[in-house]
Design a protein around this ligand. Structure first.
Ligand SMILES: [Zn+2]
Ligand SMILES: [Zn+2]
Length: 251
């Protein structure tokens, strides 16, 4: 009895060197592949599409919307590059040092340099162009539709205060919308004798309360937090909504 060990060796069809068969390299060894592809790689431009939310500046990565910073942009780039033939090389992405990612959504494209090296030998610097698609992320579209808010302020006031209140509110809305970097919504509705304001940001609600407090004497009648489920991007999310019931008096 003897044992037959099955031995299998594959040879590169171009140079005859033993190598591992790799379908994506058309069966060539890495050296032959690089030699043949190098010229093509040098001529090729790399253009990718990325989607950035114009409401909050987040970038779409798979099903996620991530806060855009250099690390996240690199992660996004590596996964885009991985879908190209650059994946056969060692590459390293270099972001421009002066890149201002907080306003990236305002641009139509970003140019980025990738250093592509083959087996420790630096060969090419490739320019990568990112075309920027502008969209609203699920949270911002929810905000836009007025269906997302974190704070509700119920305001009760005396009839004489109405015009002053309107003035304070419109000034607050005007200054806020010019200063904000993210999309936020302030929804003002008349309800019965009072006014109800729904704000998409807790912080903004605090600011409004102090703006009111500067112009009126303000009494908080009730303050509570109530959990609400909101559907964002087909996912149920629990948000705690801050509710304030306040009364204003002429100061
Ligand atoms: Zn070969
Ligand atoms: Zn957004």
């Amino acid at each position: 009895m003897f044992c037959l060990a099955l031995k299998y060796t594959y040879f590169c069809p171009r140079c005859g060197k033993p190598t591992q068969y790799n379908k994506e390299r058309n069966g060539l060894c890495i050296d032959c592949f690089v030699e043949l592809e190098k010229a093509e790689l040098e001529n090729e431009d790399f253009k990718f599409d990325v989607t950035i939310c114009i409401g909050c500046g987040r970038i779409k990565h798979g099903n996620l919307w991530l806060e855009l910073n250099k690390e996240v942009l690199k992660t996004r780039l590596y996964s885009l590059i991985h879908g190209t033939k650059l994946k056969f090389y060692d590459f390293e992405v270099e972001l421009p040092t002066n890149i201002d990612l907080s306003s990236a959504y305002q641009y139509d494209k970003l140019d980025i340099i990738a250093n592509v090296s083959v087996r420790d030998q630096k060969i090419i610097r490739k320019q990568i162009t990112l075309r920027i698609n502008k969209a609203f992320c699920p949270l911002c579209s929810k905000k836009q539709s007025g269906k997302y808010y974190e704070s509700v302020i119920h305001i009760r006031f005396q009839r004489e205060s109405r015009s002053k209140l309107t003035e304070v509110l419109s000034e607050f809305i005007n200054t806020t919308t010019t200063r904000l970097e993210k999309l936020e919504t302030i929804d003002v509705k008349k309800e019965g004798e009072g006014i109800v304001i729904r704000l998409s940001s807790r912080k903004l609600a605090k600011e409004l309360l102090s703006a009111l407090n500067r112009k009126f004497s303000l009494a908080i009648l009730r303050k509570y937090r109530t959990p609400v489920t909101v559907n964002i991007n087909n996912r149920q999310q629990l948000i705690n909504i801050d509710v304030f019931i306040i009364r204003l008096f002429q100061a």
